[in-house]
Design a protein around this ligand. Structure first.
Ligand code: T3D
Length: 262
């Protein structure tokens, strides 16, 4: 498939997906969603991809739904649940279920669904000038793309409500202080920092990272007892991996491990 709204590159175990509608701050159109779905399904099938990097072209990361997209429902009987069912919810589910780590490099403003898609990724880095805006209330909508879950869990109810009910931008430094993201770097350093992080993850024990991601997701809806059992099951699975044998051997032989992702 030839992509028009995204860029897709793959090198040395890292697939880089760049939202590419810079004139509209990479607002989501239905066409962009379809391309993202194809790209993420391709990544899911390709075991040579061991880490994913998601970012935006130009001065913004993503300004959420393209409110002028002709495919966006309009009119008095518009069903705004339909794009969520068809496009946004599958995107969040693809990102969460992917058994490879997803790094998000927030290069500029992340608004509406753009902010919440960033928060659905596994490790979020932001440029110092980036801003996160729960813009939904500004146009009479409700936070979506999992934002009511991620925001509330990461930042707590007080901050989630403040952001969602006021729709005011928060800075990258605030997002870091509130536990929404992993790291803030200077704008000029973001591509290199995000690339280095993705490369590091691509050389990590992929299977163990996937199991870890699964355990951390489960932790949000489980209790300690069930989680202890899940950790046991996942550890059993990790312990049967080639990477565990390599990690152990490398430790005992006092050399750096060479993980293959199996
Ligand atoms: O069914 C469903 O529920 C659908 C799901 C909805 C999820 C959502 O995401 S709802 C929220 C949608 N997003 C917004 O409401 C944000 C709208 N954008 C803004 O508020 C501002 O653009 C920003 C605060 C993000 C950035 O402001 P600024 O001043 O840096 O840039 P700008 O000048 O406003 O935008 C630059 C251009 O991008 C401009 O186009 P122009 O005039 O140069 O041709 C602007 O119209 C365009 N743009 C920005 N965001 C969107 C957009 N065009 C369409 N849709 C956008 N969301």
């Amino acid at each position: 498939m030839a992509y028009e709204s995204i860029l897709f590159e793959q090198a040395e175990g890292v697939a880089t997906v760049t939202l590419n509608r810079p004139d509209k701050l990479n607002a989501f159109t239905a066409a962009m969603h379809r391309e993202l779905a194809v790209a993420l399904d391709r990544i899911a099938r390709d075991r040579t991809v061991r880490a994913v990097l998601l970012t935006g072209a130009g001065r913004g990361f993503c300004s959420g739904q393209d409110l002028a997209d002709p495919e966006f429902p309009s009119g008095a009987d518009a069903d705004l649940g339909a794009p969520l069912d068809a496009l946004y919810n599958p995107l969040v589910r693809r990102l969460r279920a992917l058994d490879r780590p997803v790094v998000c490099a927030v290069n500029g403003v992340a608004a509406g669904a753009g902010a919440n898609i960033a928060l659905a990724c596994d490790i979020v880095l932001a440029a110092r000038s980036a801003k996160f805006i729960q813009a939904f209330c500004r146009i009479g909508l409700v936070p979506d793309s999992g934002g009511t879950v991620t925001l509330t869990r990461l930042a707590g109810e007080a901050r989630a409500k403040g952001m969602a009910l006021l729709g005011e931008p928060i800075t990258a430094d605030q997002a870091l202080a509130w536990g929404l993201i992993w790291q803030v770097v200077e704008d000029a350093d973001l591509p290199a920092a995000a690339g280095a992080l993705a490369a590091r993850l691509a050389a990590a024990p992929t299977r163990a990272l996937a199991l870890t991601k699964r355990a951390i997701h489960a932790a949000a809806t489980t209790d300690m007892d069930a989680q202890l059992d899940l950790e046991r099951d996942l550890q059993r699975e990790a312990g049967q991996g080639t990477d565990y044998r390599e990690g152990l051997a490398a430790f005992l032989e006092k050399r750096p491990p060479v993980f293959t992702g199996r």
